[in-house]
Write a protein that binds this ligand. Structure first.
Ligand code: ADP
Ligand code: MG
Length: 625
């Protein structure tokens, strides 16, 4: 060694940081490569920036790039850049001290974090020192852009480091790592290629491993929209989403305030989750100035947007933030809110532009938005406008938005009605829509099991209550045009004293099954229907909870039912007679009416009991003929 070698002590804090870094078992050790490559990219960026104003002369021709060389025999790894470089003084301050260490309880917090979870130490801005996770000895050779004398910094991560002049250097910095025995993999080309592809693909300078450029895909999200072709977007989508299809929707946007965001989001063609591929991994990666911070990020978008693929880049994020601290980082939460709202607004605009295309999207991905309504209060309002349902007022191919329903509402109507059923035909032939049809009131058909949960979570839309047509105490707005018809039905109905006594008697028979039996003002053709009393749970919700094995007490709590009977129905009228003539038979008929109504509500009945009863009824009828 030359006589000019000077040995220096690390600043006390730096020594402790080094101890922590070296002695902590870093579970994601790969990231030291990311840190060093990022430093190299920063140095290149600084040089590029400076060139705009300073016109540097020294080594002006040297191309801006990062060169990585591995030697699997000598077990070394060299990362070299042609960036801004460092003077001797800069070497000393940058690699001998820690800039932020003066503030607060920096060290205690760092040590504490390292004890708890070694990944946390990343956020303390000690990127360079992570080199010692993989290396026994680290040498930094560097020469500043100003052409002043080059220097070499060397340390084994103990208490000291040396700085000495170094001849023959070009502009930039070269970091040579002598790898630890258990870190020899970092001397292998394919390991380095893998790590760089993962974390540093989008660095805006060539990154070469043993002379070959590894980062071939451009970070197009930072370019301006009108400079990017559709082909480039699709190409990028396929790369980032590991996809072979074309995206259906694409949202590319940047904002500067309140946060700097560049985002490029894609909606794929297919929903692989419903295609039996299991739960999707989040598809959006989080970057800070083109360097990957969080792959398949669980934090940058809500879980229910896991079908989106793409990138979010924010300069405001610290590069060193760890996965764990992303979770409750206020900045990330803000990013998430801004991006989510922007995406939902985009969908709304797209739906307006091309309703048919949106409906196709809805059929594939609507389930995720429904999940959003039931699991995420924060975006309910935005999501509500994106929901689509079949409707009595639309043809079966068309699904409508709540907005359209509201626009068509009748005078005096202040509620939005819906009814669940297994199919459009089942609903339209069932008892619940009879009065709607007659009065010409629109009703939404909720054909998916989750729909009633979605609507009951929403509660209302634009101030209009959302009401299931299977709830009791439903009064539809009067419709002048069909009032006469309404009166006709009541005209040939049973007299009200008979109605009351019939109901009372029926309630006695169904005592353990219904809360009450009442004459209905809503039935037109059907003899009876089941309604839910407290309106908390619809029959469809009960069906799902039953299927999921909810305890009976819980079901009983939410599911108090009434049976409404139609006093004008021929069957009900005959039942009033039959009750007097043949009570045993009449009791069977009551039970059967109840079971039929249950089936029409989509609820379970005891099949064995029902079949036996049904045979008794048939037998009785055969006898009477
Ligand atoms: P940070 O990148 O968060 O500032 P690091 O520990 O990674 O922290 O790096 C410390 C400092 O060392 C950097 O701010 C930079 O000034 C300097 N530095 C590190 N690597 C290089 C490099 N390749 N070229 C020039 N300067 C560098
Ligand atoms: Mg750094």
């Amino acid at each position: 060694m030359s006589s000019k070698v000077e040995t220096r002590q690390f600043q006390a804090e730096t020594r402790k940081v080094l101890d922590i870094v070296i002695n902590s078992l870093y579970t994601e050790r790969d990231i030291f490569v990311r840190e060093l490559v990022s430093n190299a990219a920063d140095a290149l960026e600084k040089f590029r920036h400076l060139s705009l104003t300073e016109q540097p002369e020294f080594d002006a021709h040297v191309p801006l790039e990062i060169n990585i060389d591995c030697d699997d025999k000598k077990h070394t790894l060299t990362i070299a850049d042609t960036g801004i470089g460092m003077t001797a003084e800069e070497l000393e301050t940058n690699l001998g001290t820690i800039a932020h260490s003066g503030s607060g309880n920096y060290l205690e917090e760092l040590a504490e974090a390292a004890k708890k979870d070694v990944n946390l130490i990343g956020q303390f801005g000690v990127g360079f020192y992570s080199a010692f996770m993989a290396a026994d000895k680290v040498t930094v050779q560097t020469r500043s852009w100003d052409g002043s004398e080059g220097h070499e910094w060397h340390s084994d991560g103990g208490g000291t480091y040396t700085i000495s002049p170094c001849e023959g250097l070009h502009r930039g910095t070269r970091i040579i790592l002598e790898l630890k025995d258990d870190a020899h993999e970092y001397g292998q080309k394919f390991t380095l290629e893998r790590i760089i592809k993962q974390y540093s693909t989008f660095i805006p300078f060539p990154v070469k491993v043993d002379g070959k450029k590894v980062n071939t895909v451009e970070a197009i999200w930072t370019r301006s929209k009108n400079e990017i072709t559709d082909e480039e977007y699709t190409e990028f989508y396929k790369f980032i989403g590991n996809a072979i299809d074309e995206p259906t929707y694409r949202l590319h946007f940047s904002v500067d305030a309140p946060l700097a965001i560049n985002a490029l989001l894609f909606v794929p063609q297919e929903n692989f989750e419903t295609m039996g591929m299991g739960r999707l991994q989040p598809g959006v990666n989080l970057y800070c100035r083109k360097v990957l911070i969080d792959q398949h990020s669980e934090n940058i978008l809500p879980e229910w947007l896991r079908f989106i693929k793409g990138v979010v880049d924010s300069e405001d994020l610290p590069l060193n933030i760890s996965r764990q601290s992303l979770q409750d980082n206020a900045l990330v939460m803000k990013l998430r809110r801004v991006i989510t709202k922007r995406f939902l607004k985009y969908l709304r605009e797209e739906a307006k532009k091309d309703a048919e295309k949106y409906q196709k999207f809805w059929k594939t991905f609507g389930i995720f938005l429904k999940e959003g309504v039931t699991s995420d209060f924060e975006f309910q309002k935005e999501l509500a406008g994106l929901l689509r349902f079949e409707s009595s007022a639309a043809d079966p191919e068309t699904m409508i938005a709540l907005d359209e329903y509201v626009e068509r509402m009748k005078e005096g109507q202040d509620k939005i009605y819906y009814i669940n059923g297994s199919s459009r035909a089942a609903i339209e032939n069932g008892p619940y829509v009879e009065m709607f049809k007659k009065k010409g009131v629109e009703i939404l058909y909720t054909l998916e099991p989750i729909d009633d949960f979605v609507l009951s979570h929403l509660g209302e839309y634009e101030g209009k209550k959302l009401v299931s047509a299977d709830s009791s105490d439903l009064t539809l707005p009067e419709n002048a045009a069909s009032d006469d018809a309404g009166e006709e039905t009541t005209k040939d109905a049973l007299a009200s004293e008979i109605q009351d006594s019939l109901c009372k008697w029926m309630k006695g028979i169904l005592a353990d099954k219904v809360k009450d039996v009442k004459p209905s003002s809503r039935l037109v053709d059907s003899p009876a229907m089941i309604v839910n009393v407290d309106g908390m749970m619809t029959s469809s919700m009960e069906r799902i909870m039953m299927a999921q094995g909810a305890p009976e007490e819980q079901l009983a709590m939410g599911g108090k039912k009434d049976m409404e009977i139609n006093p004008a129905s021929p069957l009900i009228k005959k039942l009033a007679d039959l009750r007097v003539k043949n009570e045993t038979f009449a009791r069977d008929v009551v039970e059967q009416i109840f079971d039929n109504a249950m089936i029409q509500a989509g609820l379970l009945v005891d099949p064995q009991q029902m079949v036996n009863r049904n045979y008794r009824i048939l037998e009785q009828m055969a006898e009477n003929k």
